[in-house]
Design a protein around this ligand. Structure first.
Ligand code: GDP
Ligand code: MG
Length: 178
């Protein structure tokens, strides 16, 4: 269920978690449409987008991306949201220590509700705002290592590391036997 179709064409449900305003929707729009809209609207409920990525080894990965708003207000939906998800991205904003703490809450939620073999990424977004950085890369990396996640800093604004984020997830997905 997690990432099937065949050995050359994978498909994975990916969920995004993190507090409102950290840039989840902008990361998805940058990846799917190659755009950044600074006036983007707050996500209402949930939105669904898909994008296929071709890897160097000629496999393709179709990401079925579930982006939500304020999951905390939709607690009853959480099991539906996590069910069958093969990958999750937990996002914080590098300029906010508070949002880094909230990211750790989302990681615990994932560990509780998600499948144990889910690929998890910790993403420090808004890396373009480095002059206002409040969360060190070192601290975030150590936290990610302790929780079996991989860590990357991105900017949806400049596109920095956005494709790399999805490529890293794609590379880590379990490959079905050929
Ligand atoms: P969400 O609530 O997590 O989906 O956050 P949004 O994607 O709606 O973004 C919230 C705000 O942060 C918007 O005003 C975006 O323009 C801004 N934003 C998102 N990503 C970046 C980024 O990488 N750099 C900067 N400087 N601003 C960003
Ligand atoms: Mg949003």
């Amino acid at each position: 269920e997690n990432s099937a179709t065949d050995s050359k064409n994978l498909r994975v449900k990916l969920v995004l978690l993190g507090d409102s305003g950290v840039g989840k929707s902008c990361i998805v729009l940058r990846f799917v449409r190659g755009q950044f809209d600074p006036t983007s609207k707050v996500t209402v409920g949930a939105s669904f987008l898909s994008q296929t990525l071709a890897l160097e080894d000629s496999t393709t990965v179709k990401f079925e991306i579930w982006d939500t708003a304020g999951q905390e207000r939709y607690a009853a939906l959480a099991p539906l949201y996590y069910r069958g998800a093969g990958a999750a991205i937990v996002v914080y904003d590098i300029t906010s220590p508070e949002l880094f703490n909230k990211a750790q809450y989302w990681v615990k939620e994932l560990q509780k509700h998600g499948s144990p073999d889910m690929i998890m990424a910790l993403v420090g977004n808004k890396a373009d705002l480095h002059d206002n950085r409040c969360v060190s890369s070192q601290d975030a990396k150590e936290y990610a290592d302790r929780n079996s996640m991989f860590f990357i800093e991105t900017s949806a604004k400049t596109a920095d590391n956005i494709n790399q984020l999805f490529e890293e997830i794609a590379k880590r997905l379990p490959r079905p036997a050929p």
